[in-house]
Design a protein around this ligand. Structure first.
Ligand code: GLN
Length: 493
């Protein structure tokens, strides 16, 4: 039997159901790893007591033969999902003491399936960022470092704590949210699998809103099979979210074959960007070759409006954020800093409660939505968004899935790009188009950079066709045979 923390979610589930291990010992092993990995700062609120109580309840249900889909499986939860009576902060000072009186639908489903809550993971403040450096609770460290180096690297963002926890074997799986790449990019930076499903697959009820027309929940895991299983437990129609789709949740896990024979895979010409590192280009080509060798047909496709995706996203997301974040005013819950009068109370509360990146986005968004500028910015961005979605519709007439790099680089140093928001926004260049179009996308670890850091490939699919995305992802995973552990962990083992 391998170390309990090395078990994939699928393997842990099998061992639990065969009663070779108990949920309690599995949870204890992960809580011990959490303690050992404290310097990663992956968790804002660890919940060891909750975890032990849930694990014991899971053991009792297993003993009674009442196991749910994820019975006894420890999970880490991005601190953007409201968890009843467990502090939920969005990594913002403004929500520092917030105890939600209700549970998000996604986490409720996970607990109903028998999963165990290890704690709430760190993120960029209100999920705005690509490096997990804007959190009020400090940055997250990537468990990966360059071989032989100690220099801390970022885990990507915004779901950086979730990605770091899964890569560091603190949790076999975690929840994330993805507005413009926040699941896929940290998965790529940390050498794990992450999927953003089709917009509407998972309920947004109880997920602290960033940009409502883009936000989607999704899983982060170490294998594609685990990703399919975890999404299955998270997804589903919810009358409490009017944008959640009234569709049955397929058995992605049972249906996963990795068989890509006869599938047509598109390589979008416009993703070959100026200044893209040669190693990313090579990895992408290798990915296409793997899929061809597995029986898929590779075709070039065109997504002509790709270069407008990033500018459109950085209008739409801040515009929606400026509206969503208006509710944090110190009146009902969260931080309140008294001023001389009401206006000053607002100003102080919001000025001190929000960090610099969040304030920047509120300002940009408010500007883009203001009278006189609305048509020039917001409306224009919405039109571009429509064009981008149409590009994908056209491409999906010719192909069944699209292969791209996940991010334009491997993990970078903590502190790099911090004073240049535009350089930071460029991280999302490959993930944002699928977000604007609402399409499912997965990132699968596919190789190492010249510096020895993980690099991911992204597969984008048709709306509601996560099944094909998982199969193509599985084929890549099999060909890449990426098993490398973060170096620090490998040495410790
Ligand atoms: N990095 C992107 C941003 O900062 C995406 C964030 C996300 O997907 N939540 O907006």
């Amino acid at each position: 039997m391998p170390e309990l923390t090395d078990l994939t979610l699928t393997a842990a589930r099998a061992a639990l159901s065969r009663r070779e291990i108990r949920a309690r010992e599995l949870t204890v092993a992960h809580l011990t790893a959490m303690e050992a990995g404290r310097d990663l700062n992956a968790f804002i609120t660890p919940t060891p007591e909750v975890a032990l109580a849930m694990a014991e309840a899971a053991d009792a249900r297993i003993a009674r033969g009442e196991a749910g889909l994820l019975e006894g499986i420890p999970l880490a939860i991005k601190d953007l999902f409201c968890t009843r009576d467990i502090r939920t902060t969005a990594a913002s000072r403004i929500l520092d003491g917030f105890l939600p009186p209700y549970e998000s639908t996604v986490t409720r489903k996970l607990w109903e399936a028998g999963a165990v809550c290890l704690g709430k993971t760190n993120l960029d403040e209100f999920a705005m960022g690509s490096a997990n450096i804007t959190s009020w609770y400090g940055p997250v460290r990537n468990p990966w470092t360059r071989p032989g180096e100690e220099v801390p690297l970022v885990p990507g963002g915004s779901s950086g704590g979730s990605a770091a926890a899964v890569a560091a074997r603190i949790s076999p799986g975690a929840t994330g949210t993805d507005t413009g790449g926040s699941i896929r990019q940290p998965a790529s930076f940390c050498g794990i699998v992450g999927m953003k499903p089709t917009y509407g697959r998972c309920s947004r009820f109880g997920i602290i809103a960033f940009a409502s027309s883009l936000d989607q929940a999704g899983p982060l895991t170490r294998t594609v099979a685990d990703c399919a299983l975890l999404l299955q437990a998270m997804a589903g129609y919810d009358p409490q979210d009017s944008t959640s789709a009234d569709l049955a949740v397929p058995d992605w896990s049972g249906g996963l074959t990795g068989d890509v024979r006869g599938l047509r895979i598109g390589i979008p010409r416009e993703y070959r960007m100026d200044g893209m590192p040669a190693e990313i280009e090579r990895l992408w080509q290798r990915g296409a070759e793997w899929l061809r060798a597995a029986g898929a047909e590779i075709r070039e496709v065109s997504l002509p409006h790709t270069r407008y995706a990033l500018p459109a996203y950085y209008i739409i997301a801040p515009a929606e954020a400026s509206s969503n974040l208006a509710r944090y005013d110190g009146m009902r819950y969260g931080l309140r800093i008294e001023g001389e009068n009401l206006t000053e109370t607002y100003r102080k509360t919001r000025g001190e409660g929000f960090g610099a990146e969040v304030r920047r986005r509120i300002l940009i968004g408010t500007y883009a939505l203001s009278a006189g500028y609305y048509d020039a910015y917001y409306l224009k961005a919405q039109k571009v968004r429509r064009r981008i979605a149409e590009d994908f519709t056209e491409a999906f007439r010719e192909v069944d899935a699209i292969l791209t790099p996940t991010a334009p680089s491997a993990a970078f140093r903590l502190g790099e790009k911090s004073d240049d928001p535009v350089a930071m926004y460029l991280n999302d260049v490959f993930t944002v188009p699928a977000s604007l179009a609402g399409l499912p996308g997965i990132s699968v670890p596919a190789g190492l950079s010249a510096e020895g850091l993980p690099l991911g490939l992204q597969v984008i699919g048709r709306a509601w066709d996560e099944a094909t995305v998982f199969d193509v992802g599985r084929a890549l995973e099999e060909a890449a045979a990426f098993t490398t552990l973060p170096y620090g962990l490998a040495e410790a083992a």
